[in-house]
Design a protein around this ligand. Structure first.
Ligand code: BDR
Ligand code: CA
Length: 310
């Protein structure tokens, strides 16, 4: 049984990742820790609570950072909707977040279950960076760290074109985590682009499903249209869902590359960039296992399972 702590800023692709984890038989979700990112914290917390309610789980939800650690950043409401869930007009959740701050909960849970929890990071790394500052022993206590972030060849997805959203939103937090963690698994934006799912296939699962499918259809329709019509993409790219596939079934990874990784903080054009030493010129520690190829049929299967579960 895998035990996950998922840090997230839901978010349309975050929601899919969470549904995949909830639908997976050998997985339990110990906690959701929430940050701002795709949209503001009030929305991301509310979205997490709505999703927990939808799947009938009792997962505690901890609110965390309301913004990046150092400099302000723009959100991604133009992709995810002003409320982060496609402005679908969902009813307000009845559940409330826990009183404990996210970073404190991360430290407490990691200490309570040493070597047992996988931390899955689907948003900016602000909460984890704070937790690390509180407890530098954290990397030793966490079983596995999987991060969605970066654009390892500089093909990013924000206006600072070499950077990816999660690292660009809070570069100081990303640097803090990357510099401290001895081994992490990285699912970057470019891997996301290589592992798209056909829009028609997705539409079929959404049409054939029940409550979860109806929910996901409603929150994702605008993002799907934006990708298809505005970005001219021929496939659905769901970064956080791919990261979750790696968490749930690492056996379907076909290729990793392990390299040193650093985060650029100062570059006028490159702030937030993930700098990878591909040709091993430095003596930096080789701590990032970078996803190159995942079996796309398995990814599709995990998504289908999530959307057609209830
Ligand atoms: C990442 O940025 C967010 O918009 C998504 O939810 C994902 O975590 C992709 O760059
Ligand atoms: Ca996210």
């Amino acid at each position: 049984m895998q035990r996950l702590l998922i840090d997230t800023d839901p978010g349309v692709d975050d929601a899919l990742a969470l549904l995949m984890a909830y639908a997976h038989a050998d997985t339990t979700i110990e906690a959701l820790t929430i940050s701002a990112g795709n949209v503001g914290l009030a929305h991301t917390v509310r979205n997490a609570l709505s999703l927990v309610e939808l799947v009938g789980a009792a997962t505690p939800v901890f609110a965390g950072c309301a913004g990046p650690l150092v400099r302000p950043a723009e959100d991604a409401a133009f992709v995810h909707g002003r409320d982060g869930f496609g402005d679908a007009g969902l009813a307000a959740p009845r559940r409330r977040p826990e009183p404990e701050p996210a970073a404190a909960a991360m430290v407490r849970l990691a200490r309570a279950h040493p070597g047992e929890l996988t931390f899955v990071m689907l948003g900016p790394l602000s909460n984890l960076a704070l937790a690390l500052r509180l407890d530098p022993e954290l990397p030793r206590l966490v079983r596995r760290l999987v991060v969605m972030g970066g654009a390892v060849h500089g093909h990013g997805n924000v206006s600072r074109v070499v950077s990816e959203f999660n690292f660009h939103f809070d570069p100081e937090a990303a640097a803090c985590v990357v510099d401290a963690w001895p081994q992490l698994e990285l699912v970057d934006w470019e891997a996301t682009l290589r592992h798209g799912l056909a829009f028609s296939e997705l539409a079929g699962w959404l049409a054939g499903g029940q409550q979860v499918a109806r929910f996901y259809d409603a929150i994702s329709i605008k993002t799907r249209d934006w990708m298809r019509l505005r970005r001219n993409l021929d496939r659905w790219h769901a970064a956080d869902a791919l990261a979750m596939a790696v968490v749930l079934d690492p056996g379907a990874v076909e290729q990793w590359e392990t390299r040193p990784l650093r985060i650029e903080l100062d570059g006028a054009l490159t702030r937030g960039m993930s700098v990878v030493d591909w040709s091993r010129r430095t003596d930096w520690r080789e701590q990032a296992r970078i996803l190159v190829r995942y079996r796309v049929e398995r990814f599709a299967e995990l998504v289908k399972m999530a959307l057609t579960a209830h």
